[in-house]
Design a protein around this ligand. Structure first.
Ligand SMILES: [Zn+2]
Length: 387
């Protein structure tokens, strides 16, 4: 075991209320941290720091837990900038949307897909992400979804089966057959590779009954459930997520007061994805509304080539503060511990003793700079523990 003392931390955010200022942020000033290759061993005031094998002096910088990006579609080929340009210019454009990415992904070699996905993961990491969820959903065939989940598994332990992303073109006139496939042979082939199952339950994707069919089968196959819900319309997806005790219900842009209250009484996390509203120039949901009801809120990038080609969690935090009524501290918590809750993980998203030694050194004296200086590259160093 090799230990490292990180010292002269100007502001340390631990997200452990037992530490520091006893808030949810568990914050300490003039602090130090001792880690080994995998875990946090000690947290406390700098002047009481124990000796370690190595010393890293961060000279007053802020240190935060690594970001937990609990919603991404990292494994895809191609790009859709023409669609984005048309949308921003208010021009009609039918480049196929998700179907265009499905076609590009199906046509890509395994090596090209692997390299493109790894490059996006590198970008996330450079921006401070240490845990990431990755979905399938861009091949929509049995062999294709298996291929994508195999690649997702190379990137993360948090791989999600999203065979029910949209109905592929070849099933356009027999969608029941596609739902049966996504809940049958495709699921059977994919389940051993995934921890989670997700469905895009929304206008233009799958309705509530179709989503229930897939989620029901996924649960029987041993997968835990999360759901794309209420991004474009309210099809009752939040109620469905609660029926399945989903770990997270993601987007939640159009949600009734009744569903907000129900989320507040549940253990299902509300994952907000402001990159999607930003990149589609759509109205943002209020995070405050969910917090007021007692719900847990997470923030994630939703990195995908159509509606949120975002690989910066700092940008997500800045947007959530500016547009979703979160304070900088609330947004930081949502992007770290909130993301961990959305993945039902207790070992990441915080820097309490025993947590994974996933921490980020900022080129700033306070974490609030993440929201205060949007667009600045403030991550000096991302430290990710050995897995
Ligand atoms: Zn998504």
């Amino acid at each position: 075991m090799v230990t490292t003392l990180v010292r002269h931390i100007g502001e340390l955010t631990t997200n452990d209320p037992a530490l520091g200022d006893a808030t949810a942020l568990g914050r300490l000033r003039d602090a130090a941290l001792v880690v080994d290759e995998s875990r946090v061993l000690w947290v406390g005031p700098d002047q009481r720091a124990p000796a370690a094998d190595h010393v890293r002096d961060v000279a007053g910088a802020a240190v935060i837990p690594g970001f937990v990006d609990s919603h991404t579609h990292l494994v895809f080929a191609g790009e859709r900038s023409a669609e984005f340009e048309a949308r921003m210019a208010g021009r009609p454009y039918d480049g196929g949307g998700i179907a265009a990415t499905v076609a590009a992904t199906r046509a890509a070699s395994l090596e090209d897909l692997r390299a493109a996905s790894a490059q996006r993961l590198d970008q996330l990491r450079a921006g401070g992400v240490t845990t990431v969820e990755v979905k399938s959903g861009y091949e929509l065939s049995v062999e294709g979804e298996v291929r994508l989940l195999g690649l997702a598994r190379e990137l993360t332990e948090e791989a999600t089966y999203l065979g029910a992303h949209v109905v592929p073109r070849e099933y356009e006139h027999r969608r029941d057959d596609y739902v049966a496939l996504a809940a049958g042979a495709m699921l059977d082939a994919c389940a051993p590779l995934a921890r989670w199952a997700d469905v895009f339950c929304d206008r233009g994707a799958f309705d509530r009954d179709e989503a229930r069919t897939v989620l029901d089968a996924a649960r029987r196959a041993g997968l835990a459930v999360r759901l794309h819900a209420n991004q474009l319309a309210d099809l009752g997806a939040v109620g469905l997520a609660l029926e399945f005790d989903a770990a997270s219900v993601d987007h939640c842009t159009h949600v009734s007061d009744h569903d907000v209250a129900a989320l507040g009484d549940s253990s299902t996390v509300v994952t907000l994805l402001p990159g999607a509203e930003f990149c589609t120039r759509s109205p943002y949901p209020s995070a405050r509304r969910f917090l007021r009801a007692g719900a847990t809120v997470a923030l994630a990038t939703d990195c995908n080539p159509g509606t949120s080609y975002v690989t910066s969690m700092a940008l997500i935090i800045a947007l959530a503060v500016r547009e979703m009524e979160l304070s900088p501290d609330e947004a930081l918590w949502a992007a770290t511990r909130g993301g961990a809750r959305a993945l039902r993980r207790e070992d990441v998203g915080h820097l309490g003793v025993g947590a994974r030694a996933d921490y980020v050194v900022l080129d700033a004296p306070r974490a609030a700079h993440l929201a205060y200086r949007p667009g600045a590259h403030l991550v000096l160093e991302t430290n990710r523990a050995a897995r």
